[in-house]
Ligand binder design. Structure first.
Ligand SMILES: [Zn+2]
Ligand SMILES: [Zn+2]
Length: 152
């Protein structure tokens, strides 16, 4: 008798919990997963280097269930300086899509100081969810063979 009683209570509890769980799941279903970013190449051959006065080659795979609304790239000096380079993509081929292979060349000003930098690659989806991927980046003196790095 006692066992049956407890069985009944447990069942009721489990039902309530499952209902709650199902309700939560339904809420989640309305929301797309946050963007997923894989930074594939920061600099040619993913060398994580760039030269002042030249472009930084940047590649990333982006998957955004909620569709890409904007991509922001920010590069800032790591220590002892506040030099910043910012580039935003709010229209064009990357915007409004679920999957993209980002490939851009970001201009590094000729007056950018050499040294350690930090790169933030932020994707915002149409539901306002944001994901940021980060990378180190070093600005080094141009080594004279930049021309052979040229590509589309
Ligand atoms: Zn490139
Ligand atoms: Zn940073």
């Amino acid at each position: 008798m006692k066992n049956l009683f407890f069985k009944g209570i447990s069942c009721a509890l489990i039902s309530i919990l499952s209902l709650g769980f199902v309700a939560c799941n339904n809420d989640d279903d309305d929301k797309a997963a946050a963007p997923v970013i894989t930074l594939t190449e920061v600099g040619h051959d993913n060398a994580k280097q760039a030269h002042p006065g030249y472009d930084l080659h940047l590649e990333a795979d982006v998957v955004a269930e909620g569709l890409i609304a904007r991509i922001d790239v920010e590069i800032h000096q790591e220590e002892g300086g506040s030099f910043e380079i910012e580039q935003s993509y709010t229209d064009g081929t990357y915007i409004g899509v679920r999957n993209t292979e980002f490939h851009e060349h970001i201009e590094i000003p000729a007056d950018a100081p050499l040294g350690e930098y930090h790169l933030h690659f932020t994707v915002t989806d149409k539901e306002g969810q944001q994901t940021t991927a980060e990378s180190e980046l070093t600005l080094v003196e141009a080594d004279g063979d930049e021309d052979e790095h040229e590509e589309e």
